[in-house]
Design a protein around this ligand. Sequence first.
Ligand SMILES: [Zn+2]
Length: 432
Amino acid sequence: MKKNNYQPIIGLEIHIELKTRSKMFCRCPADHFGKPANSQTCPVCLGLPGALPYPNQKAIDWTIMAGLALGCRIPLNSKFDRKNYFYPDLPKGFQISQYDQPLAIKGELDGVRIRRVHLEEDTAKMLHRKRQTLIDFNRSGVPLMEIVTEPDIHSDEQAKQWLKHLQQIIRRLGISSCDMAKGSMRIEPNISLAKDKIKLPNYKVEIKNINSFRFTKKAINYEIKRQANSLTKGQKLVQETRGWDNKRQTTYSQRTKEAAHDYRYFPEPDLPPMQLTKEKIAQIRKQIPELPAGQKERWQKEFGLNEYQARVLTNTPQKAAYFEEAAGLAKKIPAKTLANLIINNKVNIQQTEPKQLIKQLLTTRPQLAEDQLSKIIQRVIKQSPKPVTDFQKGKIGILEFLVGQVMIACRQLNGQADPNRVRQLIKQKLIK
Ligand SMILES: [Zn+2]
């Protein structure tokens, strides 16, 4: 029996804490993680009566930068609005956010349309104990960027890959750590199932604040199954907000979704509307560094890296910058060799400057004799049973690990070997 013909319709909302020095509307430090509770507060972020907000220009510029990097249009007029609701983590009784005039609109990344990118303030953090709930206001007022996509995603895996790419871009821009374990990137997928591709479903289920890619994938997958089950039974699904229970590996209902007008949005009277100029936007655009996707492609062409090497290196801004500098300096050392050294952590990029590394590599060492090399390879193979079996099972990338081990062993003998020759010899010994 055919299980179902439902098409998952998935949209994402992503909250990202910006790593500005100060908070969004006051001068308290924005870096709140692990700080003593309520040590970074003032009348503004405590929401005391009469305290006036003062906007953080850097947070505004960075949100525009993110918008531009995601292919968005930046309207020249933007403003902050009050989103009114009552909750213990929101001392003012409203959150300063953006409603109908966000900083960036209509972007696109990997075929997924981006509806908007806007800026708001984070709420305080509640700590639930057995019989009490404590509130830490250090997080209250931290600049929070929200990215909202159109429902253009159709599987759990696509959502995960897309989010990873987004994280990579934001990290490259240097505007957030996007550290999910610390809550600086939080994901809210919304999921519904369509019977046919033309008509969108009239409900959607939003899952609140997920803090890992893996859980996001699991939650989406769970929802798809749950909803398909209900629909197959002829049940009607409603608009609701659910949470992800990682212990039970299920989602659970939290509330039926409030409509937007329940928040009674209105323009923030304490902040003037923002007026941008084309010059200002152009200036921000110029500050955007080369993004990982473009860099990855260029390195494959320019330096002959393979897809894996280029992907791993572009994934971390530090590694990427290090490789770029080293490859630019090294004329005699193949870029691939440099790439492997960095990827396999054979060089401490915090301690060794690219210049030093090249110098070390160029300090000539005698080529080891073939029989000596052969012995080293034998030894490395013996010492690495797991990588060897993995390689024989077809995990070809692991070969570079073995090559690396041999190269290190050679260096310990104060000699060197040609990595291509080493590769060849290992293959000869392992492929029978
Ligand atoms: Zn403050």
